[in-house]
Design a protein around this ligand. Structure first.
Ligand SMILES: CC(C)(COP(=O)(O)OP(=O)(O)OC[C@H]1O[C@@H](n2cnc3c(N)ncnc32)[C@H](O)[C@@H]1OP(=O)(O)O)[C@@H](O)C(=O)NCCC(=O)NCCS
Length: 159
């Protein structure tokens, strides 16, 4: 029998859990994120608490074990949401956790009355790009340099 994937939103009181998951993500998949492990490992408790207020941050759990995370917040344009900080622990990949997190974030954004969602994906990250395409995201054509010589491109979908 396959295990259920449950998604829950974290609050400031969960800052230690979020810190552990976020640092694991930055360490395991540095190619996927603009930030770095070294930078975020230095952040004080107050900063972690604030980050859980500034954005809606979710974890997916399988049998009570944290398997992945995603965040949502305001995008740049009016009415637009941004999806950020997506990561699934390698032990839980290719089991649908990423898909569940994307769908959960879309539901969250609709209920928060956003009408469009944007995200950035690095050009080396074909796994993530496929996940987003499968869930209705298309490239907007916008490209930016995330690190010297390394590009990321923007994707979006209507909600
Ligand atoms: C990108 C990422 C989030 C995908 O997470 P995931 O949980 O593996 O995603 P899913 O399981 O929903 O889908 C991944 C693949 O598994 C397949 N899959 C899903 N459920 C499956 C199942 N039960 N059995 C077999 N395959 C399955 C999907 O069809 C998909 O296949 P494809 O990529 O070959 O098209 C994950 O690889 C990751 O965390 N990467 C590093 C961090 C990162 O890139 N973050 C994104 C920043 S923009």
């Amino acid at each position: 029998m396959s295990s259920a994937i449950e998604v829950r939103r974290l609050g400031p009181e969960d800052w230690q859990l979020y810190r552990r998951v976020r640092l694991a993500a930055l360490k395991e998949a540095p190619y996927a994120f603009g930030s770095t492990y070294e930078r975020e490992a230095q952040a004080p408790e107050s900063r972690w608490r604030q980050t859980l207020v500034d954005r809606a941050r979710f974890v997916a759990e399988v049998d009570g074990v944290v398997a992945g995370t995603v965040s949502g917040g305001d995008g740049d344009a009016t009415g637009a949401a941004a999806m950020t900080a997506m990561w699934v622990d390698p032990r839980f990949r290719r089991q649908g956790v990423g898909g569940v997190l994307v769908l959960h974030l879309i539901r969250w954004a609709r209920s928060a009355r956003y009408d469009q969602m944007f995200l950035w994906v690095t050009d080396v990250n074909a796994n993530a790009e496929r996940l987003y395409e499968r869930n209705g995201f298309v490239s907007t054509g916008a490209v930016q340099e995330i690190r010297p010589g390394e590009l990321e491109h923007e994707m979006s979908r209507k909600l």
